[in-house]
Design a protein around this ligand. Structure first.
Ligand code: DQA
Length: 152
């Protein structure tokens, strides 16, 4: 399998940098993509970086990742707290899944404390700002390296 990692972003993250900057910061999603691409190169990974405001599109991308990717880093945004469908899709994926939240959801409103996606995620990173994506990518690289060296 390739070392391709899908980085999936849920609703409203297209407005990163403009949307509630006191919570999410001033970096745009294009900045995050650029930094992820640079780090991926260093780690010997390639990435496909995607964002959608539509739940079905994220589900379709997880299905696509089943065929093409070795790992997933996902910030499901508000779908984190509502979507059994995204959880079900992620449960069909065999490789590492890392859930990322820019903000510390546990310090925020109670409805953000529950994540359906955490039922599948191998790790959850919250509150590290956009750096969380980098931590997520590093973790995927580590898990893929471990899996490779465990093979006979
Ligand atoms: C978020 C946290 C979610 O609760 C929120 O709905 C988002 C972004 C984060 O990155 O901190 O849209 O996933």
């Amino acid at each position: 399998m390739s070392r391709l990692v899908y980085i999936l972003n849920g609703p409203n993250l297209n407005l990163l940098g403009k949307r509630q900057p006191e919570i999410y910061g001033r970096e745009t999603l294009a900045d995050v993509e650029r930094d992820c691409a640079a780090l991926a190169k260093e780690l010997g990974l390639s990435i496909k970086f995607l964002q959608s405001n539509r739940e079905y599109e994220i589900i379709d991308w997880v299905h696509e990742a089943r065929e093409k990717a070795s790992g997933i880093v996902i910030n499901p945004a508000a779908f984190t707290h509502t979507s059994v469908a995204i959880l079900d899709a992620l449960n069909t994926f065999d490789g590492p899944v890392i859930e990322v939240h820019i903000s510390n959801v546990h310090k925020r409103e109670e409805f953000r404390h529950h994540s359906f996606v955490s039922g599948r995620a191998d790790a959850v990173i919250a509150g590290a700002g956009t750096q969380g994506y980098q931590f997520g990518l590093r973790r995927v690289a580590h898990l893929l390296d471990q899996a490779k060296s465990a093979k006979p």
